[in-house]
Design a protein around this ligand. Structure first.
Ligand code: PXP
Length: 259
C-alpha cells in the first residue's frame, strides 16, 4: 500500500558527470567538476553524484579525490561491481555507493542492475562496502524480483531507474509513460515495505520530475544530464533552483497536510 504522506523531505542529488564530459572533449582542466559541485551545493543540492566509469569517459580518478576532499554535502559514488571500483570506494569511503550496470558500448546506464541472477556475488561484493560505512544503493528497474533480490543481498537503498518512464514521455507514448509511472509507484511502495530506502533517477527533466517527486516513499532524486544542459542557458544555480522548486511543489500539492 502506498503511504498517505511522505517519509521525509525529498533530497536532490546533482550528478556532475557531464561537466567532466565537456572538460574531456578538449582535455585540460576546465570546466572543473568540483567547482560545479560546490556551486550545486550552494544552490541547494543535498548531495553530489559522480560515476567513475571503467573507461573514465567523464569523471576521472582525480575528480573523485578532489570531490572527496572538497565537498561538504555527501558524495554518492556510482560504480560498477568490479574489484577495481570496490578498491577505489574502500579507499575513499564515500557516504554512499550506488552499484550500476556498465557496458562500454552504451552511451549511458541503459538498464538496471541484474541482481536476481547474480545474488551471491553481489552480496559478497557489497558487504565490505557496507562494513566500511558506505550506504549501499543498487540501481534497478522497477521490478519486484530485482527489489526482493536487492533486499536479500543486504542493500540499504535501491534507486529505481526512471529512464523508461522518461523515454516514453519524450517519445509521446503517454500510455506507456503512465504504465511506467504506475510501476514506479507500486514498486516504491513495495520496496519500502521490504525495509529499503527508495531513490529514483535517470533522464528526469522539468517535464517529468513532478509525478516522481510526488511518490511518498521516494527519499532522493539523482539528476544530472538535463541540469548540466539547462545550465548552459540559465546557469547552474538557477537550473538547480527550478528543479528544487518543482520537487517541493510536487510534494506540497500531493500531500497538503504532510511535510
Ligand atoms: N542515477 C543513476 C544510477 C545514474 O546512473 C544516472 C546517470 O549517470 C543518474 C541517476 C542521472 O541520470 P541523468 O544524468 O539522466 O539525470
Amino acid at each position: 500500500m502506498p503511504l498517505d504522506k511522505p517519509l521525509g523531505r525529498l533530497r536532490l542529488g546533482v550528478n556532475i558527470d557531464h561537466v567532466a564530459t565537456v572538460r574531456n572533449a578538449r582535455g585540460g582542466a576546465y570546466p572543473d567538476p568540483l567547482r560545479a559541485a560546490l556551486l550545486a551545493e550552494e544552490a541547494g543540492a543535498d548531495g553530489i553524484t559522480a560515476h567513475l566509469r571503467e573507461d573514465r569517459r567523464h569523471i576521472g580518478d582525480a575528480d573523485i579525490e578532489s570531490l572527496t576532499a572538497g565537498l561538504t554535502v555527501p558524495l554518492n559514488f556510482e560504480m560498477a561491481a568490479t574489484d577495481e571500483m570496490q578498491a577505489i570506494a574502500l579507499r575513499h569511503r564515500p557516504h554512499a555507493v550506488c552499484i550500476v550496470p556498465e557496458r562500454r558500448e552504451e552511451r549511458t546506464t541503459e538498464g538496471g542492475l541484474e541482481v536476481a541472477q547474480d545474488e551471491n556475488r553481489l552480496a559478497h561484493f557489497i558487504a565490505p562496502l557496507a562494513e566500511a560505512g558506505c550506504r549501499v544503493s543498487i540501481f534497478i528497474a522497477a521490478d519486484p524480483a530485482q527489489i526482493e533480490a536487492a533486499a536479500r543481498i543486504g542493500a540499504a537503498v535501491i534507486e529505481l531507474h526512471t529512464g523508461a518512464y522518461c523515454d516514453a514521455h519524450a517519445e509521446g507514448r503517454f500510455d506507456d509513460r503512465d504504465a511506467e509511472l504506475e510501476r514506479l509507484r507500486a514498486m516504491s511502495a513495495f520496496a519500502h515495505e521490504l525495509g529499503l530506502e527508495v531513490h529514483a533517477g535517470h533522464g528526469l527533466t522539468y517535464d517529468t520530475v513532478t509525478p516522481v517527486a510526488a511518490l511518498p516513499e521516494v527519499m532522493e532524486l539523482n539528476i544530472g544530464h538535463f541540469l548540466i544542459g539547462e545550465a548552459i542557458f540559465r546557469g547552474l544555480p538557477d537550473a538547480i533552483g527550478e528543479m528544487r522548486r518543482l520537487m517541493d511543489s510536487a510534494r506540497a500539492e500531493a500531500f497538503p497536510e504532510g511535510r
